[in-house]
Ligand binder design. Structure first.
Ligand code: SF4
Ligand code: MG
Length: 466
């Protein structure tokens, strides 16, 4: 999901809408905005679909006045799978004795089922099926006197991944979980401040990128005192999601002081060194494979070519929630550029192989178009484990790499060769020159390694074997 908040500007909701539009790649199912105005109080709007189709009309934006607003774009990782209900669309709102508060959450709470059971037993009435709603109920039960402290109380009970943007009548609040699994950045816009999942959303509103919120940090931003920072959790070694670098973040964002584009190009170079191929052209599977394909081409000297053309009017395939839509999605979204492909030995670069559905279809399309050979090069190691921290990978049985060896995958996909970047190679490409520290990995890489930095308690309870 994507989260964004801004304070200290006129018509804050408009800034949020723009920010969410720039974060649309992080979630396309639905979006919501809550705004506060000193005279009109809190107002909210939640809609299915794209930000640009909902939060542009004056009809809606006029109902969201005020200098303080937050928003969320949703892609469902928990809650009602497949079909999002409007009641699951964030931000969530709670009315407390000291005033109202709204929160928007990116990540996934790994002990949400246990918390929900406990809260329901003690009288909480849940409105949604979302894991994030636990935070509001935990806040309601806290005995602290102000909202930021209630939030701290609540978040200390929560396990898993959370980047949160929240607001009260006067405060904009940002928090990252102690491992810092999901991103969150701080920006300056005019005399105001903003918080965003990624820096690309700062650019769109002309905000200046100040810094990343640290793992375990909470910032409370007010008009008079500016940004106050503290660290309410027990410190832990950070575990930023390495897959943000590979796929999830936008290439024009800055992560860990480095452009995501440059990192992906470096991944492609590393891949070319590790797994060269005898071929005539290097083609990306657009858009997610493009920077890595450029890196592969630069390193290998094999010319880059746009052998697959993407229809720009389709969203991300993966984020389409049902298998059936995803299946159709491939053809709706990608087409082979026949003139380029015919008679060629093609290196195809993609960011990841998850179920193998996309990869298989693309390979068929390329061979139909008359390619002589197809060599798949993948910018991440085999995805053999599900993510429980906010990226919607399927159950283990549906992951190609969980059920097949690399040789079996070559046969299954019927390609001439298939190579994944090594885990160490990926670490080198994201800037860890010594590779992966086995004793204490510098990132979360659980979907590749099976080493989960937080025990996924709910899943373990349901029988998941780590
Ligand atoms: Fe990211 Fe994979 Fe870890 Fe999920 S399991 S947080 S996708 S690295
Ligand atoms: Mg892709």
């Amino acid at each position: 999901c994507g989260i964004f908040g801004v304070t200290g500007v006129q018509d804050a909701a408009t800034f949020v809408a723009l920010g969410l539009h720039a974060l649309q790649h992080r979630g396309q199912e639905a979006g919501g905005i809550v705004a506060h105005d000193p005279e009109q109080g809190f107002n909210s709007a939640r809609r299915f679909g794209y930000v640009r189709d909902n939060f542009t009309s004056a009809d809606i934006m006029e109902t969201l006045p005020g200098p303080l607003a937050i928003g969320h774009v949703r892609y469902s990782t928990t809650g009602s799978k497949g079909q999002t209900a409007i009641r699951d669309v964030q931000p969530f709102f709670g009315e407390f004795s000291m005033g109202g508060a709204a929160i928007a959450h990116n990540g996934n709470i790994t002990n949400a089922n246990a918390l929900r059971r406990e809260l329901i037993e003690r009288g909480s009435i849940f409105q949604s099926s979302s894991d994030s709603e636990c935070i509001i109920h935990l806040m309601a039960r806290s005995l602290q006197r102000n909202i930021p402290e209630r939030m701290e109380d609540a978040l200390r009970r929560v396990e898993g991944a959370f980047s949160v943007v929240a607001m009260t009548r006067t405060k904009l609040i940002g928090v990252r979980d102690p491992l810092g699994v999901r991103p969150l950045v701080l920006g300056r816009v005019g005399d105001g401040w903003c918080l965003s999942s990624e820096t690309c959303a700062l650019d769109i509103i002309g905000a200046e990128f100040i810094r990343e919120i640290e793992p375990g940090e909470m910032v409370v931003i007010t008009a008079d005192k500016g940004v106050e920072s503290h660290f309410p959790f027990r410190p832990q070694p950070s575990k930023f999601c390495i897959f943000e670098h590979v796929y999830f973040s936008r290439p024009d964002s800055i992560l860990g002081g480095r452009s995501v584009y440059e990192t992906r190009e470096a991944i492609g170079r590393e891949l070319a060194k590790e797994s060269p191929a005898e071929a005539d052209i290097v083609c990306p599977v657009p858009d997610s494979g493009t920077p890595a394909a450029i890196g592969y081409s630069l390193e290998s000297g094999i010319p880059y070519a746009m052998g697959i053309i993407r229809n720009q009017y389709m969203g991300r395939t993966f984020i389409e929630p049902t298998e059936q839509i995803r299946n159709m999605g491939v053809r709706l979204k990608l087409n082979v550029n026949r003139a380029l492909i015919r008679g060629k030995r093609v290196v195809l670069v993609d960011d990841s192989v998850v179920r193998g559905t996309t990869s298989r279809k693309i390979k068929e399309m390329i061979l139909d178009a008359g390619a002589k050979e197809v060599h798949f090069r993948i910018a991440s190691p085999p995805t053999a484990w599900p993510c429980f921290y906010g990226v919607d990978t399927p159950e283990r049985e549906k992951l190609l790499a969980a059920t097949m060896s690399e040789d079996e995958m070559v046969k299954h996909l019927a390609v001439d060769s298939l190579k994944f970047i090594s885990l160490d190679g990926l670490y080198r490409a994201v800037g860890e020159s010594q590779g992966r520290n086995k004793a204490c990995p510098q990132y979360c890489d659980a979907c590749f390694s099976g080493e989960y930095p937080v025990v996924p308690a709910d899943k373990v309870e349901q029988g998941f074997k780590m």
